[in-house]
Design a protein around this ligand. Sequence first.
Ligand code: 26Q
Length: 765
Amino acid sequence: MKFDGKRFLEEIDAILGTEFGTTLSSAEEKEMYVALTKAVKRLVLADRKAPAEGKRCAYFSAEFLMGRSIFANLLNLGLLDDARKAFASIGQNLNRFEDVEDAALGNGGLGRLAACYLESAATMGIPLDGYGIRYRYGLFKQTFEDGYQHEEGDDWTKWGDPWGMRVERDSVIVEFADRSVKAVPYDAPVFGYRNGVINNLRLWSSEPVQPFDFSAFNEMKGEHTAEENFAATKICDVLYPNDNTMVGKMLRLRQQYFMVSASLQDIVRGEKRKGHDLRELDRYFCFQLNDTHPVLAIPELLRLLQKEGLSFEEAFALCRKCFNFTNHTIMAEALEKWDALALSDLLPDVYAQIVRCQQQLESDGLDPARCFIIRDNVIHMANLAIYVSAKVNGVARIHTDILKTETFADWYAVYPEKFVNITNGITPRRWLLLNNPELAHEIDLRIGEEWHTDLTQFRRLTPFADEMLPAFRALKRRNKERLAAYIKEHEGVELSPDFIFDVQVKRLHEYKRQLLNALSILYFYFGIKDGEIEEFPPTAFLFGAKAAPGYYNAKAVIKFINEIAKLVNSDEEVSDKMKVVFVQNYNVSYAEKIVCAADISEQISLAGMEASGTSNMKFMLNGTVTLGTMDGANVEICEEAGAENEYIFGATVEEVAAVKRFYCPRELTETNPRLKRAVETLVDGTFPDEKGMLKRLHDSLLSDYQPDRYLVLYDFAEYVRVKEELLRDYGTEEFDRKCLFNICAAGKFSADRSVKEYAELIWNL
Ligand code: 26Q
């Protein structure tokens, strides 16, 4: 595309004039943002071609954690540098758009994965479109008050949603037993990297079927209408802020049905308009179910197809070809189950289809004691998904193995051919080109730009590793300076870029064991204070994490770490050795700044619990070594980079199973006085605990009933030993070489590879 900077600015100026009555020189930030986005859309969407005929995959997901689109879209359109220059020519800086809100329509890994896959599919020319919910409020904004997490609503469209386009004509009606609501789609373009491909993300918004009736309202008959309107809009009000835990809220069930019913009605109508025979739907469409959240799509499609005249048998056979299911968690508390009575009350026709599936399963001759969809009046959504789907996949090799041998072993025995592994990936455009342009440039200089769309090229970097060390060190240093400045501004804590940046950023969950990290910090701190540790490499311990608002222990860990930070950061005796910062409101945009500035990537979940992890890949791609357990994708990271280039510790999956049988954590604290002292700070008055939160954390580790379920104390000694080794290695040439070898070995973890595997193994595109 030929870009004319002057014309581009004129276009923006014209939009500013017609939309806001202002000009380039006097527009406010948000006016400028809207105008810039619209100008870009005019430039690139004007001659948008209808998508090619042929099969498409619809990615059904309750979450799309897109983050900020402006820079990523400009990058993919090849306009980022041009736009920067154009703005510079009028004395402005494109960075002013760093205040644009993230679209945080997701909680964590699962939602971010969906976003990476959309971008990678567009870049690989794979016809994949996203379908989800346009939440009015995304994941809450987090602040700390007195060390406690506070949540605020996330008004992500505060500056408008200029990438989104309301498509009124594609509205559909979604029916619940008690009311009908209108579903209106908003489409956002998903741009492939410099290839002209534009896929689509369609997010549904709920509205009242009838617009507000003022005359009825005035005649005092309006109460019913007002209530209906309220109930309709409420469905899409807010994203449930839970990650890896299930809350059985009826509103959540409404959201799920709303999203899949709207999407499927839209798709079925589209097929009919094209004159396609619905009996051949599998020639034109397949559906990827992102965990169980959209699994109601199965009974809904059964229902819709029968309404169109197909028999149950015909519809069922089609569903078996069209649906595929990705599992993201083995944690029992995250596997979705719904009360059969509640579901049949809300969605009687959908429930009837689920019952038909259960009957089908029984007539197939499956053992109902092992394989069931409904049992004891509970509907098991994962089982429904497995039974009907053509393919079921886990998200890292170890995770898929656990699905086969444990979580879904009974299903694997019946349908071994359904189960496949597709190891997760991340998009190297956002997670290297965009967030770490200096590193990307150094790589370009050595192996060219082919890697931008083929990350396996990174193997060709290996011969340059040594020669690249000085440049790498220098740019990492600058990234650390930038992060330190940002943290100073936003958290009020001063960090020296000379310190080692030891980073753990991810959702707060007991299985992810932020508590293990926290206890190790106290352990080092006391060691330094007592003189037991004489030398300690200056280290900044950085955390970022949101806790689900109802997750008590997770919130307690935040409070604990904030108290540790207060203690450590105010102690002059250790100020040249350690600092602790828990950044507020960790999100995609914060991650972009952190990932390129980290020296240590903490991936310390209890083995067997983290399905894959994807931040581990982001750090690796940016040249950071992993301090981690043999869990999730860490296993494959070690395999690719060589275990000698990571720092691995802790019980393996096999050991975990064995240890748990006769585990007595108290023995571990009794034989390790300094560890005991660190644990006791939870109850000995070291920290204020007016709510008894820390006390409960203490009990979770040492009470009589199921103490230390995540083996924090069991893995502690080895964790500390390996961490000390890492801190000692830091600064050596050998250590820097490990960082570079991680980059060279990161090729496998491109989402481009992942989506190509989906396309070949699952979608048959
Ligand atoms: C379910 C029911 C009701 C309310 C909430 C939920 C719910 C919401 C989100 C359950 C689970 C999630 C999110 C799960 C998740 O993010 N899993 C992560 O997926 C990543 C991508 O595959 C993996 O890398 C992570 O290991 C996994 O934890």
